[in-house]
Design a protein around this ligand. Sequence first.
Ligand code: IMP
Length: 180
Amino acid sequence: MNTTETAASVTPLFSGETIRNRVAELGAAISEDFRNLGTAEPLFLITILKGAFVFAADLARCITVPCTFDFLSASSYGAAKISSGSVTLRHSLSVANRHVLLIEDIVDTGLTLQHITDELSKQQPASLGICTLLDKPAARKHPVRIAYTGFSIPDRFVFGYGIDYGEHYRQLPFIGFFDT
Ligand code: IMP
C-alpha cells in the first residue's frame, strides 16, 4: 500500500455536493419511515466505526425523528470481547425492544454486517435495519438485507468521507479512488 501518493492524484467518484444531496434524501426517507416514533421510543442509530463516522454525523442531522446514538467497533482480527467467527465485535449495547438502524460506510462481502446483525438479533430488537453509504453488490458473499443505500458502486477500493486507505484520507470531503 503506497501511502506516499497524494490526495491530488485521487480520482473523484462522488463529490461532496453529490454526497450531501444523497445523504439528505436518505435522512428524509428514514424520517418518513420512522415518523411514528416519539421521544419515549426513539430510533437507535448505531454507527459502525471507524469508517461511518463522517456519514453518520451528516446523516443524523438530516433525520427529524427522535434518535439516540451509540457506536460499535468491528474488526476481523484482534482481542475479542464478543467474537463471531472471524469478525470481532466490541460493544456493550442493549437493543432489546429498540428500533435499531445500523449506519455503515461500505457493504463489501457482507461478512461484517452479517455477524453484527446475527449478534444483535439475539437481543430481539423491535426492528433492525441497515443504512449504508456505499454498496458493492458484485463483491457480496454473505447475504445482507440493506434498507437504505446511498450509492451502489463497482467492486473497487475507494476512500474519503470517513473511509480510509490504510488509515489515510478519511478527512477528504469527497469519495475517490486511485486510478492505477
Ligand atoms: P465486508 O465485511 O466484506 O462487507 O467489509 C466491510 C468493511 O470493509 C467496510 O466497513 C470497510 O471498513 C471495509 N471496506 C470494504 N471495501 C472498502 C473500500 O473500498 N475502501 C475502504 N474500506 C473498505
